[in-house]
Design a protein around this ligand. Structure first.
Ligand code: HEC
Ligand code: HEC
Length: 362
């Protein structure tokens, strides 16, 4: 059977390379060769689209606001702790086991519907990516942790996750190791007893602030009009015109507000969502709007991980949130656009302080 997808794939590859080139070039927004090949009419159309996208999303910052205050020693400690299985009750699990930053798909999530904890128990929600989490209005699907610092204590003490009994047990697991104790002293100079759960959480948060994604949408918004393929730019237009952007706005394409899941047509879920935090009936069934950067790599989808593919997630969103059935071509284009949000990695040495590699600790 002929594969009509072929030329589109080639186009996408070309667009990916052009986008990458734009990201790597020092100015980041100079006209690429692909850009010059566009017709005048197409350039004008794309230029107007890029401007609309800039207004709706802005661009991902080079660095999380405030992250400049994180000392390199603090970030290095946080990175080591992220991969440290001693943070779980039986030494079997690190943050990285549910939020993979290494391996075949370092998406910051785990590909599981729900994740198995250190003691073999599963929670009820899907593990979201840690990438870009520092840009969210709050942490978790229901926003119950205000900051990354507050969030990090959650999984360590959660019986369904790393299952440590208390803060003292965490300190005991770490402070006996001279190298770890030294890393804490370096990160918290002048502190009498630096190895604490609170300090571990501070370090983990500092490391997570370095985990920003880079993608071709930013290249496009930055003026490289060939960074998206024809289908991807059509998908972007549909995303803006169909109303996805009313919720998925801002640099993370979401994570700035709580919204009902099932605004137009009810979505079956037993999870009360934000209601559990506020106890306000108006918040029942509301969740943090999922951020969409790098979303193609973080299947399965939704708070319960019940949706296996991105295509299905978009189809469900259109129906449950907007009351629409998307024509197959529109659905494909939106999915293609979301694929342009794949992380292409940080540009080398964009800033010395943020140039902490996202790989394993050793
Ligand atoms: C057993 C799997 C598991 C482990 C281990 C784990 N997490 Fe998670 N993580 C989850 C799940 C599931 C959620 C979503 C829970 C919810 O929203 O109720 C989550 C949510 C998060 C979030 C919020 C992201 C967002 O979009 O709201 C961050 C940040 C995070 N985890 C960081 C960490 C860190 C740091 C560690 C290590 C200290 C860790 N996690 C360990 C499963 C895990
Ligand atoms: C009324 C607000 C709203 C609108 C409109 C909306 N979304 Fe969503 N979207 C959400 C919320 C809230 C979630 C999180 C759902 C959950 O808790 O499972 C979400 C989740 C998603 C996810 C799953 C992400 C993940 O990591 O699980 C995708 C993909 C998505 N939306 C795409 C779209 C697209 C494409 C459109 C337009 C067709 C759209 N959304 C319209 C609010 C909205």
């Amino acid at each position: 059977m002929a594969r009509p997808a072929r030329p589109i794939r080639l186009l996408r590859l070309a667009a990916a390379l052009a986008g990458l080139a734009a990201l790597l070039s020092p100015g980041g927004c100079s006209r690429s060769a692909g850009d010059a090949a566009l017709s005048h009419a197409e350039r004008d159309r794309r230029s107007a689209l890029a401007e609309r996208a800039r207004v709706a999303f802005g661009r991902l910052p080079e660095r999380v606001p405030g992250a400049g205050a994180d000392a390199p020693e603090l970030v290095a400690l946080g990175k080591a702790l992220f991969f440290d299985r001693r943070l779980s009750v039986n030494g079997s699990q690190s943050c990285n086991d549910c939020h993979r930053l290494d391996g075949a798909n370092p998406s910051g999530a785990d590909g599981e519907r729900t994740s198995e904890g250190a003691l073999g128990r599963r929670g009820r929600r899907n593990a979201p990516t840690v990438r870009n989490a520092a840009l969210h209005l709050a942490q978790f699907w229901d926003g119950r942790a205000a900051t990354l610092e507050e969030q990090a204590e959650g999984p360590i003490l959660d019986p369904d996750e790393m299952a440590m009994p208390d803060a003292a047990a965490v300190a005991r697991a770490l402070e006996g190791d001279p190298a770890t104790a030294a890393a804490f002293r370096a990160a918290f100079p002048g502190t009498e007893r630096p190895v604490t759960l609170r300090n571990a959480s501070r370090a983990l948060a500092a490391f997570e602030r370095t985990l920003l994604t880079r993608d071709r949408l930013d290249a496009f918004v930055g003026g490289d009009l060939a960074a998206l393929s024809a289908e991807e730019s059509e998908g972007l237009r549909l995303f803006l015109d169909a109303g996805c952007v009313t919720c998925h706005a801002g640099p993370a394409l979401g994570a700035r507000q709580y919204q009902p899941l099932g605004l137009a047509h009810a979505y079956p879920t037993a999870d009360p969502g934000r209601f559990e935090v506020t106890h306000d009936e108006a918040d029942r069934g509301k969740f943090k709007v999922a951020p969409l950067r790098d979303v193609a790599r973080t299947a399965p989808y939704f708070h319960d991980g019940s949706i296996a593919t991105l295509e299905e997630a978009v189809r469900k969103m259109a129906w449950h949130q907007l009351g629409r059935t998307l024509p197959p071509g529109d659905l494909r284009a939106i999915v293609a656009f979301l694929g342009a949000l794949d992380d292409v990695g940080a540009p080398p040495a964009a800033s010395a302080e943020s140039a902490v590699p996202a790989g394993p600790a050793s």
